[in-house]
Design a protein around this ligand. Structure first.
Ligand code: HEC
Length: 153
């Protein structure tokens, strides 16, 4: 309890988001069994200079790659983030950022995605944080954007 309060306090001081109690990760713990890599290990200038890999669940796989079919409701794309020194993404995962498709028109400010940031301990630290959709909306200005995703596969 005291540790929790201390962490919360530290979080408030540093502006670092702490765990969001009562919100479960959108990502199943065993996602690696069924998800497919759609972007291989590379560095990301936008997600805190981490090395990253992107995976899609079976429903998101086709649309992510062909960029023509709409993402089905409930489909999931996840970006695994690794240490910036981990150039082949073989070490531990430091964080997951997750997008899950909502119904068309369900939440336009969120670009009709549910956004989540999950920490190393698999706790949700940000749920529908505005900065996710905002930055991904800005990617929409770039020709490579497809339905709120930010890049070519
Ligand atoms: C500063 C801008 C920025 C912010 C903030 C941001 N993203 Fe991204 N995101 C990007 C860019 C650019 C890419 C594609 C390039 C790359 O892989 O780094 C991307 C890629 C992704 C991908 C892989 C799918 C794709 O678009 O190709 C996911 C999933 C994702 N972001 C989720 C999130 C979530 C969840 C948040 C908030 C917790 C978030 N992002 C915040 C810029 C941003």
């Amino acid at each position: 309890m005291r540790r929790g309060l201390l962490l919360l306090f530290a979080g408030l001081l540093t502006g670092c988001p702490g765990p969001t109690p009562g919100v479960d990760p959108l990502l199943p713990a065993d996602y690696a069994d069924t998800y497919t890599e759609v972007r291989d290990c590379r560095s990301s200038g936008d997600h805190d200079l981490h090395n990253i890999r992107v995976l899609a669940d079976p429903a998101a796989l086709g649309p992510y790659l062909n960029r023509m079919d709409p993402f089905p409701v409930g489909s999931i794309i996840v970006k695994e983030e690794y240490d910036f020194g981990d150039s082949d993404c073989s070490g531990e995962i430091l964080r997951w950022t997750i997008m899950q498709r909502l119904e068309e028109g369900e939440s336009p400010p969120d670009l009709d995605w549910h956004w989540q940031d999950v920490n190393q301990d698999f706790f949700v630290t940000e749920d529908n944080s505005e900065r996710c959709a905002q930055c991904h909306f800005d990617c929409g200005a770039a020709t490579t954007s497809y339905m709120g995703t930010c890049t070519d596969p």
